[in-house]
Design a protein around this ligand. Structure first.
Ligand SMILES: Cc1ncc(COP(=O)(O)O)c(C=O)c1O
Length: 461
């Protein structure tokens, strides 16, 4: 595989003996960044570029610049970071209706991303259950559709994950299965609002009843939906309540770096009750280097990211988020309509701003094969093979939803013509027919390891 830009710029295999002029370095960065931005600026790329507004990026960059060199760990030197972090938490608690909590003290953490929030939540449940009820072999129950960050957290923290099936039509978790698999070592249930795959919301009210009946936690993963679904509710879309108004919800993750339109590297994690958050605080009181404590897993943290996140939130305000949400919901509605106009295509579940579609007539990856050269970048799914489109602000530009409808018409015709052939992109994204064998699993992991390796090494001289 070619190393990126190997024909244009020198490959730095070792620290340069002499430094280069700043202008030259910046020019090189500018060239690469500008060209790469052109890829998603078309509005044809699912998810990932939630904001896409360069003026907003410039504004946040200015906020970041003022604090880029500051370490949020050293609060005596930057009391302003306490203002930013506390206010970010307060604002997200407000968004998640923490005012409904009257018997405990709702609190939060600012983390570095969705995975970070989920890791901290799982650690908190493990630690709290250990200290209060002496659970030493904890398990959690997650819907199959919940993000792999839960599996990663459980792997890291030695928690067993029980994977609950979802209804193939609604894509929501089977709560009867969940009920039947809770035992005396279960520390928390998990629900998504919404899940990454289908954009659907699990029955948080039913999970809440189970959690309350068993006196265990319920984490709602709203990493993706946290900054858009509440505004969808305000706009009158049929989105079920999933926040602290539901009494069994004990923690919620909501990513500022997704629909919060902050820079990558920031998320929030909210807790119904302070002792749960504090269960994962870390202290080392007898270290020769001094007394040490940190609110979460990280040590030093960028005050720049925290300042820029705060700046984004107070600059946009509720009306800013609602305005963008409205455009996104409208665009998603138009795109879903285009999908529904084809009887050969089927939308999975009952989604909102993010939808996923498949076909019972042909491999949906034929549609991907056709649309990719037209600049569309969907996220590929499996079991069943499906294409996922998380609608973000770049798609709300004029003409994008219309272009989607036109290209989809042609893609469906292409897929029908090629239904007997193997779709090229299903080899990359699609599920293995007949389920995953041990051999296929090892092979895919080997390919993935090669890919990850290749992203972190320079080619030999
Ligand atoms: C529902 C959901 N949860 C968690 C995550 C993990 O977030 P991150 O990639 O920021 O770690 C994602 C990412 O897309 C997500 O969609």
């Amino acid at each position: 595989m070619d190393f990126p830009y190997q024909d244009r710029y020198e490959i730095n295999r070792r620290l340069p003996a002499q430094g280069r002029p700043r202008g030259e370095v910046l020019a090189e960065l500018r060239e690469m960044a500008t060209e790469e931005d052109a890829f998603w600026e078309t509005g044809k790329c699912s998810g990932t570029m939630y904001c896409g507004d360069h003026e907003h990026y410039d504004f946040m960059t200015e906020a970041f610049r003022l604090y880029a060199h500051v370490n949020a760990l050293q609060r005596d030197m930057c009391p302003s970071v306490t203002k930013f972090e506390s206010e970010i938490i307060a604002m997200v608690l407000d968004l998640m209706h923490a005012e409904a909590i009257d018997d405990t003290e709702p609190v939060g953490l600012v983390t570095t991303g969705g995975t970070g929030s989920i890791l901290h939540a799982m650690l908190a449940y493990r630690e709290r259950a250990q200290e209060t009820v002496g659970i030493w072999a904890p398990n959690v129950i997650k819907p199959e559709t919940a993000h792999p960050a839960f599996d990663k957290a459980c792997h890291l923290f030695d928690i067993q994950v029980r994977v609950a099936p979802v209804d193939p039509v609604t894509t929501k978790v089977d709560t009867e299965w969940v009920a039947n698999n809770i035992d005396d070592q279960t520390v928390a249930l998990i629900g998504s609002a919404c899940n990454y795959g289908y954009g659907t919301v699990d029955p948080i009210d039913e999970l809440s009843e189970l959690a309350l009946a068993h006196d265990i936690g319920l984490h709602v993963d709203s990493c993706l939906g946290g900054f858009i679904l509440p505004f969808g509710q305000e706009l009158g879309y049929d989105i079920p309540v999933f926040d602290f108004r539901i009494p069994g919800v004990t923690s919620i993750s909501a990513d500022t770096h997704k629909y919060g339109y902050a820079f990558k590297g920031s998320s929030t994690l909210l807790f119904r009750d302070k002792p749960l958050r504090n269960a994962q605080y870390f202290y080392l009181t007898d270290w020769t280097g001094g007394k040490y404590c940190s609110p979460g897993i990280e040590g030093s943290r960028s005050a720049g990211i925290i300042a820029a996140t705060w700046a984004a939130m107070v600059q946009l305000g509720r009306d800013g988020y609602r305005r963008y949400a409205e455009k996104i919901f409208n665009t998603s509605g138009a795109m879903q309509e285009a999908v529904r106009s084809h009887p050969e295509l089927r939308i999975l579940g009952d989604p909102t701003f993010l939808f996923s579609f498949t076909s019972d007539d042909f491999d949906i990856y034929h549609v991907n094969d056709f649309m990719r050269p037209r600049g569309w970048r969907f996220n590929g799914q499996q079991y069943p093979n499906a294409l996922h489109m998380a609608v973000t602000r770049p798609q709300t530009q004029p003409g994008v939803a219309e272009a989607f409808a036109i290209d989809l018409d042609e893609a469906v015709a292409y897929a029908k013509e090629n239904a007997e052939n193997t779709a090229a992109s299903s080899a990359i994204y699609g599920g293995v027919m007949g389920g995953m064998t041990d051999e296929a699993d090892s092979f895919i992991k080997m390919v993935m390891a090669d890919l990850l390796d290749s992203q972190q090494r320079v080619p030999p001289e």
